[in-house]
Design a protein around this ligand. Sequence first.
Ligand code: ZN
Length: 498
Amino acid sequence: MNRREFLQNCAGVAALAAAGSPAALPPLRAAETPRKPKTNGIQVGSVSFVDEGTDKVLDFLQERGAVDTVYLTTFTYGRGLAGRQIPGQPFPDHGAQISDEKTFHGGNYATPHPEFYRDTVLKAAHAPDHGDLDIVATVLPAVRKRGMKLHCSVEDVFRFDVQGVREVAEVDLQGRRTGTLCLCHPDVRAFWSGLATDLCKSYEIDGILFFNERNGPLLNALGASHAQSIASSRVTCFCEHHQRAAKERGVDFERARQGYQALDRFVQAALKDQRPADGYFVEFWRLLVEYPEIIAWDRLFDDAKHQVLAEVNAAVKRVRPGLQVGFHIEHVNSFNPIFRATRSYADLATKADFLKVVMYNNCGGERYANFIRNVGSTVFRDVPKDELLRFNNHLLNYGAEAGLDELAAAGLSADYVFRETQRALAGVQGKCKVLPGIDIGIPTGSHSRKASPDDTYAAVVAALKAGADGLILSRKYSEMQLANLAAAGRAVREAAGG
Ligand SMILES: [Zn+2]
């Protein structure tokens, strides 16, 4: 099958047709008949079960979405996975239609058992949002009765006022404590392993899905992600544990600090339009040549993050080898070639049973445009941003996506989902499962793409045609329209043969 035939076959062609002529691209593996997914999962926060009733929610998930696995948000202080619709966004056509911004708190929505947190100042306090309710104990029997599976989702998003956070927080370039946890800190590592062990020992669940979307200092300095601002003066982590880890591998702390200070000056000058004589890119690359410690220090962050992933995996397997461990692979892994270089699917596959790879195509347009604007304001400031987008599309092997001005409104295509699924499958080489994260109603700006049921259907078909092992409908049921959920379910049922 050639590219033209593929595009004709793949849903979502209409969006592509408006996007201009495709450049020459490396060949993709031909699209297959959509493959029956081994797993069709969905992310759900506790508030949906509380607001709508456990059985009613599970009825909707099974009947409309053909869902067989619940990824239940069990630990987080963030609103991406927990709580009702985020404030200011329209509510979907189910659930309470009142914002919970005054009552949302976060924490452990199950019951923390103190014996698992003896080695850490962090204690996984019970989330007070629904009183004493233990959401895992509540939902698990109902899920089991239906023959469905349940994984606990745990996310590295904290609040500054949580007990213990100050003691284990990262330290920034200026020596200030921040609100994020240092992944080199022994208490933090003990906490994640303790939490995973607690959940797997205390409940008969099927596994853990671990979320950590944080980046190292190099990417944070450049704002080289969709979601973040440029924060070159506040990069982390320079704490004593990081200094010790650096020393062990022969990385000079003082040189790293000087390198990040020089990077900060470069970024701030770029934002003021003060062009270096040799241009922005050359000046940036010269900094990396003069201070290789910049990359070495960034690597410390990635290594600590991956060590935590490996420790969580080991902790879960110690409870029961058959329990499944999955990692959420963040969206920046798709957009950013510098980030991609630090993430090897083959390596991640050695630490997990499955990877939930984010390929949210509807909100992806807005997010990708933000990323291009961020990197286009510093390192690539000399390049017109629309040309930078096209160049980056080539680096990433994206197809004919919309231009920069239209990208947020157009979203990314179903073809993008197909390509990113194939890339992940090629990367893991069968060593772990790939479950694409499919975007259903993830909030975007008022002029940005909102997923229609046809968009959802096309994205699911594209993932299954590319050979995905399953799906995880994201981010949370409390932001999804039922018609979109039904469109995903229809695509899954058709792939399963009716
Ligand atoms: Zn640290």
